[in-house]
Design a protein around this ligand. Structure first.
Ligand SMILES: Cc1ncsc1CCOP(=O)(O)O
Ligand SMILES: C=C1C=NC(C)=NC1=N
Ligand SMILES: [Mg+2]
Length: 217
């Protein structure tokens, strides 16, 4: 699936560790609500470690994504991305080097890279990233080793430094933050708990999409 920046608008990220019912159910509801991309991030305490179970989960969720016409991205695990036929891979600074990831997945898969500073952003561009994830924007409880909060100011700084690669903001984001984040220069927002912890993931996703559409006007 070809990468286009609008796919970054409402980027839902989750693993089984983030939900208390089948992740497939939550993903279907979020997709109905209007998410534009999904990342399977099966990581941290409570996540599935067995390779065969991870592959079965990835294949199940990829199928849902393709039923709703959205890209299916795998976090960190390049072997799982390739084995499951994912549309893309997202890597952090402490994971596989982005340049190595690009050479392993080839030119047609989407490559996302986490970038905390302008220097890391510039390196990600050189390494062939399609987009970068920047954060944490606000306090988050969904990533055990999150770095210090940088806020939307960090995105403004990257844009001031001439970084033009598509950016998704991440970390502690709620629907009411979208306007500020888009104004800072991001193409969209990445979200875990605002959707996984919502009474209705469908309504939560729809609220994010509505805020994105308002910010674009
Ligand atoms: C994966 C990741 N990277 C930076 S913060 C974060 C977690 C975001 O989760 P939430 O949207 O629940 O704060
Ligand atoms: C850490 C991350 C940062 N950004 C994105 C989009 N995904 C991640 N897993
Ligand atoms: Mg990572």
């Amino acid at each position: 699936m070809k990468f286009t920046p609008p796919q970054l608008s409402v980027y839902f990220i989750a693993g089984t560790q983030d939900v208390s019912r089948p992740l497939r159910e939550v993903l279907v509801e979020a997709a109905i609500g209007g998410i534009t991309m999904f990342q399977l991030r099966e990581k941290g305490s409570g996540s599935i470690q067995e390779e065969d179970k991870r592959l079965a989960l990835a294949l199940e969720l990829k199928q849902v994504c393709h039923e709703y016409g959205i890209p299916f991205i795998v976090n960190d695990d390049v072997e799982l991305a390739l084995a499951s036929g994912a549309d893309g891979l997202h890597v952090g600074q402490e994971d596989l080097q982005a340049a190595d990831a690009r050479s392993k997945i080839g030119s047609s898969l989407i490559l996302g890279v986490s970038a905390y500073t302008s220097e890391e952003a510039e390196q990600a561009v050189r390494d062939g990233a399609d987009y970068i994830g920047v954060g944490p924007m606000y306090a988050t409880r969904s990533k055990e080793d999150a770095k210090a909060v940088v806020g939307p100011e960090r995105i403004e700084e990257m844009r001031r430094n001439g970084i033009t690669i598509p950016i998704t903001a991440i970390g502690g984001i709620a629907a009411e933050h979208v306007k500020t984040i888009i104004s800072s220069g991001a193409e969209g927002v990445s979200v875990i708990s605002a959707i996984t912890a919502a009474e209705s993931p469908e309504k939560a996703a729809a609220a994010f999409l509505a805020e994105i559409q308002k910010a674009a006007m």
